[in-house]
Design a protein around this ligand. Structure first.
Ligand code: MD3
Ligand code: FE
Length: 218
């Protein structure tokens, strides 16, 4: 029996899919049955590849701290944004994608109608109160046909879901511990961001929000 089979029992009950747009949806609480497996794996990743505040090409330090796991990791510095197989801080490969992470990502993609999704990159963002992410598009991946899966853990956030132009009015979508959002197709290149995180305490994660985004980057 493969390790992945151990997670096949972790099925959330059939649930309403909350639609945000034609090919974007929220699966409320979808990650909850996986959390017990995700958190120790997250601790191991952060021990090997610590959270750090990267610098943007414009020279600003990001308020969100990040790390990665999987074959490719997203990085930023003065010379640009890119995916890299090597962590610039440790000069080692990023930690492997844990089986529990992979099981959650593929199950969520399946539930949202994107079969055969095998991510090679998991960006792990850490938001402490006050941290935010301004409106941007995700354009650093090779093939925009693959969806992006986002998993929210810890204190709540207001996700900003915009249009195809930066000036388009953004919908505000509250996201809570365990929520999963899936974006694909025509919605894959929408502008999006995260409003400044409000002070709060989560019983397990404390005063932070952790967001996992799974992608096929390479
Ligand atoms: C909608 N992260 O890392 S994840 C990012 O909560 C990022 O940390 C946010 O945006 C976070 O790039 C939002 C959800 C997300 C990711 C990619 C998208 C939403 C998206 C691509 C297109 C549209
Ligand atoms: Fe993004």
């Amino acid at each position: 029996m493969s390790t992945l089979d151990l997670f096949e029992g972790l099925q959330t009950p059939t649930q309403a899919i909350e639609s945000l747009a034609q090919q974007a949806c929220v699966l409320r609480g979808f990650a909850l049955p996986f959390v017990e497996a995700l958190l120790p794996a997250l601790d191991s990743i952060c021990a090997a590849a610590p959270f750090r505040h990267m610098v943007t090409p414009g020279g600003f330090s990001m308020s969100v701290a990040l790390t990665n796991c999987g074959r490719l990791g997203w990085t930023s510095d003065r010379s640009g944004y890119r995916y890299s197989a090597i962590d610039p801080t440790t000069e080692q490969p990023w930690p492997a994608l844990p089986t529990s992470f992979l099981a959650l990502a593929t199950a969520a993609a399946d539930a949202a109608g994107f079969p055969d999704f095998v991510p090679d990159a998991c960006l792990i963002n850490r938001y402490q109160p006050g941290a935010r992410m301004s409106l941007h598009q995700d354009k650093d991946e090779r093939d925009y046909a693959w969806p992006i899966i986002s998993v929210s853990l810890g204190i709540p956030a207001t996700f900003l879901f915009g249009g195809h132009h930066r000036a388009d009015k953004a919908q505000r979508v509250p996201l809570f511990h365990g929520d999963v959002v899936v974006w694909g197709g025509e919605d894959r290149l929408r502008y999006h961001g995260v409003a400044p995180i409000r002070e709060a305490l989560h019983s397990v994660l404390g005063a932070q929000r952790i967001n996992l985004t799974f992608r096929k980057a390479g």
